[in-house]
Design a protein around this ligand. Structure first.
Ligand SMILES: *[C@@H]1O[C@H](CO)[C@@H](O)[C@H](O)[C@H]1NC(C)=O
Ligand SMILES: *[C@@H]1O[C@H](CO)[C@@H](O)[C@H](O)[C@H]1NC(C)=O
Ligand SMILES: *[C@@H]1O[C@H](CO)[C@@H](O)[C@H](O)[C@H]1NC(C)=O
Ligand SMILES: *[C@@H]1O[C@H](CO)[C@@H](O)[C@H](O)[C@H]1NC(C)=O
Length: 745
């Protein structure tokens, strides 16, 4: 076929798919149709989260002074609103709680207001917007994180017209201690000591931290589902944000599709993909308000930008870039060729997986034309055999390029080049390790000392039988404390899983590798399972209870039975269960965020948690080694000079780390590879890049030098040549042609 004809064919395919998609999806935020109506209405940010108290403008507890009009219309909350054009008018309202929101109308006739809290002017804001028609139920002001207690809000009209429709009080009941805190209060839970771990609460995430990935030395990307988060963008709640790891500043990000519950990975060229999700959840949430797009087949691209965060955007173009099949709860893993393997998931959102909705396949991004698939999903029997508890399978790329996968009670090694499975011994003692009996897993540090022999460790989960019905399972059934290790050599496999116990049982734990080779286990619940709204004895709507507040420390090289300890660990008072995250930071401490076992933002126990904690290992208080490298691009096996100060007598290690993409206790790509190095007589260190893409899949990583047990700060590097994974245009076009890919799964 002549090239020009081929192009015109591709072009017409692209045009066709554009037309199909624009007809199938609603643009975000252009309006919504309230339930029971056919009229499209403008988005209204007012949404009283469960556990908050709404005060109507008619309430006698609001004291008006000056001349106010009472307005009646169904477009106002409870049919009424108050408005004033008297420039000496004000209202004041006293409440007990730790946050307050003011809702009213905005248009071009509205104007500035002065906001006082407890008698102090805190802000002058403008309720004017460039619109002739009033936008109703707009959030005009919000203040979170006040000291718990009695406060007074006073609003003065400063120039023309202001309205009040409704006020919302947050944190009024002592039971609902999970409020969005925007203040920078740093509470050291234990006196700073250089010999112990400490825990500090500092900053908040603005959007619930369901997914987190460190994208630069200064920022983490946080991705949530569509819900009424306090952080807004373009007049609507945001569901993704960049969190400044140093200052706590937030940059909301615009996202088109619903990223509930997506997975993600960097590709070899440093671009992050975030894939899968959910359609708009319309029932009960008012999420129809959001007018977002179906995220089930979404591939969202994000390229980190170190200098100017406002240049960083999430890119979505479903007509050109999408998966071949719908996936809710897929695992995404970077493999040895720098592409992403996308494993499993369900074809629609719901709860536990089952044969009707299961998507027992893998596909790749960019798509590959292998095993006769031409980009379409490749069937994986393992994902059928592991029903029902097999969402977010634990997947690890191995030094020989194959992929370890664990789901439910089983594990296997998948050879993606030959499309063959090697089943491994069953996980002992009936422990299930994937959603909703979620445990977590990691590759233990790889070292040249044993020629990068892989050993995996799975921790936590539950022995609850995944064939039981939700109404039969209780939030009070104990989680598992089991950790199981398996050396992935023939000898190790025949020896089988080696079992040990964590200090406390956990479902939904997060396991974080430290540059020192140690591991901390944080977050999770002592009983129940993942999710919300499914089991009996729900707490609020949470399927789990007995949050675990104390991190566990693990030394993988200590003798069995002496590896875990938690006596010297600080204890939190913030429950972190379903939709919680934790990750190592470039600085070397651990960021902990999230917990949201709710359909939408809630302040009832267990509420939506926005507070951030940092777990600081003892080395954070030590004198840290300095590290620099000449080039941040490191080729496979390439020798490079590492600038740092050490002496011959010191114990030195060079660690290359992938900090992973965490979603639902699944830490995709998390990895620690010790690099070989030589020291010359002047103490200069020459390290070698990892030998191949099996040992470290090409792509971004963090380099740390560890001197006498104290790591430097991490430096962002790119392993390999930085080029993108191979793109197969035929496979892409084949996917676009088969948009309705469910048939092909
Ligand atoms: C609106 O009216 C309903 C029914 O009278 C009441 O339950 C609700 O609390 C009111 N809302 C506000 C914000 O006052
Ligand atoms: C950052 O990027 C934005 C968007 O491109 C631009 O408007 C802004 O001026 C930039 N800021 C700086 C400090 O370069
Ligand atoms: C399978 O799961 C889906 C999604 O949760 C649910 O709607 C459906 O009822 C389930 N089917 C069976 C047979 O349990
Ligand atoms: C990286 O590769 C992906 C997949 O081909 C591509 O979509 C993306 O644009 C590339 N990123 C950059 C910065 O070129």
């Amino acid at each position: 076929m002549a090239a020009s004809r081929l192009y015109s064919l591709i072009y017409s395919l692209l045009v066709l798919s554009v037309i199909r998609f624009s007809a199938a999806t609603d643009p975000a935020w252009n309006g919504y149709t309230p339930s029971g109506s056919t009229t499209v209405t403008a988005f209204t940010p007012y949404w009283p989260a469960p556990g908050t108290i709404s005060i109507d403008s008619k309430s006698p507890s609001i004291r008006y002074s000056g001349y106010w009009n009472e307005l009646s219309s169904l477009k106002y909350v409870n049919g009424s609103s108050h408005s004033t054009s008297d420039t000496s008018a004000s209202f004041s309202f006293s409440f007990v709680g730790d946050g307050i929101e003011w809702y009213g109308s905005s248009d071009r006739h509205h104007g500035p207001a002065r906001v006082f809290i407890d008698g102090k002017l805190v802000e002058t804001l403008d309720t004017k917007i460039n619109s002739a028609t009033p936008q109703v139920q707009q959030r005009l002001y919000a203040q979170y994180g006040l000291p718990q207690g009695e406060h007074t809000l006073k609003i003065e009209n400063a120039k023309s017209t202001i309205d009040v429709d409704v006020l919302v009080v947050l944190g009024s009941s002592a039971a609902s201690r999970s409020l969005p805190v925007f203040s920078e209060n740093s509470i050291a839970r234990r006196s700073s000591s250089s010999t112990q771990f400490t825990l500090h609460q500092k900053g908040n995430t603005g959007v619930a931290a369901m997914q987190l990935v460190v994208v630069s030395s200064t920022h983490a990307l946080i991705v949530d589902k569509v819900e009424h988060n306090p952080l807004t963008i373009d007049g609507h709640p945001a569901w993704a944000a960049l969190f400044n790891l140093k200052t706590g500043d937030l940059t909301p990000l615009q996202m088109k599709s619903n990223s509930f519950c997506a997975g993600g990975s960097f590709l070899s060229n440093g671009t992050l993909i975030n894939v899968g999700g959910n359609p708009v959840v319309e029932d009960e949430t008012n999420a129809a308000d959001f007018g977002d797009e179906d995220g089930l087949q979404a591939v969202r691209l994000f390229h980190p930008c170190d200098e100017n965060q406002s240049k960083c955007k999430i890119y979505e173009s479903p007509s050109r870039i999408r998966m071949a099949s719908p996936r809710w709860y897929p695992t995404v893993l970077r493999i040895e060729d720098g592409s992403a393997m996308i494993i499993g998931g369900a074809k629609k959102g719901g709860w536990i997986n089952n044969a009707t909705v299961n998507n027992p396949t893998i596909e790749y991004y960019p798509p590959k034309a292998i095993h006769g698939s031409n980009g379409l999903p490749i069937h994986l029997p393992f994902m059928v055999d592991t029903l029902n508890s097999n969402l977010f399978p634990i997947a690890i790329s191995l030094p020989d390029g194959k992929v370890f996968v664990a789901a439910n009670r089983d594990a296997m090694i998948y050879d993606w080049k030959t499309n063959t499975e090697r089943r491994l011994p069953r996980i002992p003692n009936g422990v299930r390790v994937t959603y909703p009996m979620a445990g977590t897993g990691t590759l233990l540090p790889l070292t040249p000392d044993n020629d990068y022999t892989p050993e995996v460790m799975l921790c936590g989960g539950s022995t609850i039988d995944e064939t039981r019905a939700g109404y039969d399972i209780s939030s009070q059934e104990p989680a598992s404390s089991q950790c199981s290790r398996l050396v992935l050599t023939d000898e190790g496999i025949s020896k089988g899983w080696q079992v040990e116990q964590m200090p406390e049982p956990r479902v939904m734990p997060d396991m974080v590798l430290l540059p020192t080779g140690h591991i901390v286990v944080v977050n999770g619940a002592g009983s129940g399972i993942s999710g919300y709204g499914n089991v009996k004895d729900q707490v609020g709507s949470c399927n789990s209870d007995n949050p675990v507040f104390t991190p566990a420390f693990y030394d993988p090289t200590a003798p069995a039975g002496q590896r875990f300890s938690s006596e010297d660990m600080p204890t939190s008072d913030i429950p972190r269960m379903y939709h919680s995250v934790a990750s190592l930071t470039p600085e070397g401490d651990v960021i902990i965020a999230g917990s949201n076992p709710n359909l939408d933002r809630s302040e009832e126990r267990y509420g939506t948690e926005y507070r951030v904690e940092r777990l600081r290992p003892p080395y954070m208080g030590a004198l840290r080694p300095e590290l620099s490298v000449e080039s941040t691009k490191i080729g496979f096996g390439e020798k490079f000079y590492l600038k740092t100060k050490t002496s011959k007598r010191q114990d030195v290690k060079v660690a290359l780390m992938d900090l992973g993409f965490v979603t639902h206790a699944n830490h995709a790509n998390q990895r620690l590879v010790y690099l070989p190095f030589t020291t010359d007589d002047r103490g200069r260190i020459y390290a070698s890049g990892p030998p191949n893409g099996g040992v470290y899949p090409p792509g971004p990583g963090w380099l740390y030098v560890i001197v006498d047990g104290v790591p430097s700060k991490g430096i962002k590097v790119i392993i390999g040549d930085g080029s993108g994974p191979k793109v197969d245009h035929d496979a892409i076009n084949n996917i676009l042609k088969h948009a309705d890919a469910e048939k092909h799964a």
